[in-house]
Design a protein around this ligand. Structure first.
Ligand SMILES: Cc1cc2nc3c(=O)[nH]c(=O)nc-3n(C[C@H](O)[C@H](O)[C@H](O)COP(=O)(O)OP(=O)(O)OC[C@H]3O[C@@H](n4cnc5c(N)ncnc54)[C@H](O)[C@@H]3O)c2cc1C
Length: 232
């Protein structure tokens, strides 16, 4: 898809403002301004709230954007020469009730090398552990991994992690979620276009909401809204 779009695909240009007061919508990003008849906004609600809208968004839509926070999630990956745990018949996949890691997955590429073990540190474990010293967190993560696949986990060739709440253009993960009551009070606004602005992103999906599948479905739904508007 990226190859087909060529230089129409622009990266590293965060949108700062969307002005739909004129006959065309004007989208201002870092380094460029684009005019269009319709805009599909596929950024998580918490980040869409940081864009400046003209005219300002309807109150219920603006309040919805205030009420879908990003989750807290850190992802850690340890790299080994090979997925040694498979020799013992272990899958590398687990759910843990301790800390910091709450679940692990075998993230080894299809080629079979190197061996990669992935751990997720989520929610109430993610917040305190994100504030600990990196070396302390790494040692604790490797302890978690060792509890799943054995002591070999303590000697990775490489180790890296991403703290999603610390990422400027994500501010959390895996997605924006609706605390109790939000969908009852504001759910009817979640997919309703605001003038020429159409809302996509996995948070707007009615199926596999919060996953890649939901993101793709939301894009198809928003694209069909725009196509239908062109037909009018
Ligand atoms: C650690 C982790 C593990 C996950 N594991 C899985 C999994 O196993 N399976 C699964 O299905 N899903 C998984 N997910 C969830 C999945 O990543 C999301 O559901 C999916 O990426 C949502 O797609 P999206 O297009 O809605 O939004 P995103 O992928 O969040 O894309 C939004 C984009 O908007 C950009 N952006 C933000 N603000 C602006 C702005 N102002 N201007 C321009 N661009 C902006 C961001 O940089 C980002 O690229 C995981 C997520 C995380 C964080």
């Amino acid at each position: 898809m990226a190859a087909a779009l060529g230089d129409q695909l622009v990266l590293s240009a965060p949108v700062r403002a969307i002005d739909s007061t004129g006959s065309l919508v004007e989208v201002t990003a870092d380094g460029r301004t684009v005019e269009a008849r319709h805009v599909i906004l596929a950024v998580p609600p918490a980040l869409a709230a940081g864009i400046q809208y003209g005219p300002q968004l309807p109150a219920t839509r603006a309040q919805l954007l205030q009420r879908l926070p990003m989750g807290s999630l850190t992802k850690a990956e340890a790299v080994y020469d090979r997925p040694f745990w498979r020799d013992a018949g272990l899958s590398g996949q687990s759910l843990l009730d301790g800390e910091p890691v709450r679940s692990t997955f075998d993230n080894t590429p299809p080629s079979g090398r190197p061996g990669v073990l992935l751990g997720l540190i989520g929610a109430e474990a993610a917040r305190p552990w994100s504030m600990r010293a990196p070396e302390e967190r790494k040692a604790a993560v490797l302890d978690s991994f060792a509890s799943v696949v054995g002591d070999g986990a303590r000697q990775p060739l490489d180790y890296f992690e991403v703290d999603w709440p610390g990422e400027q253009w994500s501010r959390g993960g895996p997605v924006g979620y609706a605390p109790p009551g939000v969908l009852l009070d504001y759910g009817s606004t979640i997919r309703a276009p605001v003038g020429p602005i159409h809302w996509a992103g996995t948070e707007t999906s009615t199926y596999w909401n919060g996953y890649m599948e939901g993101a793709v479905r939301s894009g198809e739904r928003a694209a069909s809204e725009v196509l239908a508007a062109f037909d009018d």
